[in-house]
Design a protein around this ligand. Structure first.
Ligand SMILES: Cc1cc2nc3c(=O)[nH]c(=O)nc-3n(C[C@H](O)[C@H](O)[C@H](O)COP(=O)(O)O)c2cc1C
Length: 197
């Protein structure tokens, strides 16, 4: 079961990365494959809204040549897509948002004259999030948005793991979070296995 992490944090040693590191190590201990793509290393331009993508059904068909293609190829090759992001201004970071804008359009051929496929249909999606506010005020809008993206793209939303950052004076990753994020990886793995029975 191949998992692709789309990492929306700019901080390699940051809070989100620390949770993802534990998650991935648990995932691999379960005998599963995982890879991580740092979105800040794959600059993805904003969508131009030109709709050219709606004329092509076999691929993204986007007119822009930028970092999207390798990221989308990793998404297409994965069974599970993990959207990992710190919350910035009540939503995901800008590189993640640019990715969603482009993939929701170019990946779903719903908007042209002829209706076509959802290119990510059947993928599973989950999220790891960190934020400064309590999760219900920090990550609620992001989770609601991601759920809609999944429904629209015919992907199965599997859940979110969110933990609060209490500021730079408090160490973020502690034993409790390590256990909990590893539990999240195991629960996700089990849920998919059960689904597939
Ligand atoms: C530019 C910026 C905007 C932020 N906006 C929010 C916000 O709207 N809500 C929130 O709960 N936390 C917000 N935070 C806090 C971060 O989400 C939090 O510190 C997070 O753990 C950082 O993750 P990282 O270490 O992976 O970068 C913001 C932080 C920054 C730098």
């Amino acid at each position: 079961m191949k998992l692709c992490v789309l990492m929306g944090s700019p901080r390699r040693e940051g809070n989100t990365a620390s949770l993802v590191g534990e998650f991935l190590s648990q995932w691999e201990e379960l005998g599963q494959e995982g890879e991580i793509l740092w979105l800040y290393d794959h600059p993805i331009n904003p969508c131009l809204g030109c709709m050219a993508c709606q004329e092509r059904f076999d691929s993204l068909g986007c007119v822009q040549q930028d970092g999207l293609e390798p990221v989308f190829s990793a998404m297409s090759g994965a069974d599970v897509i993990l959207f990992a992001t710190p919350i910035y201004a009540w939503y995901c970071t800008a590189p993640m948002k640019a990715l969603l804008d482009r993939v929701v359009y170019a990946g779903n051929k719903n908007y042209g004259v002829r209706k076509g496929p959802a290119l990510l249909e059947g993928k599973r999606a989950a999220s790891i999030v960190t934020c400064g506010y309590p999760a219900e005020k920090g990550a609620d809008l992001w989770e609601a948005g991601l759920k809609r993206v999944c429904r629209h793209s015919k992907m199965e939303y599997m859940g979110m793991f969110c933990r609060r950052d209490l500021g730079r004076s408090v160490s973020f990753l502690d034993e409790e979070k390590i256990v909990e994020v590893r539990d999240f990886a195991r629960a996700l793995h089990l849920a998919i296995k059960v689904d597939e029975l």
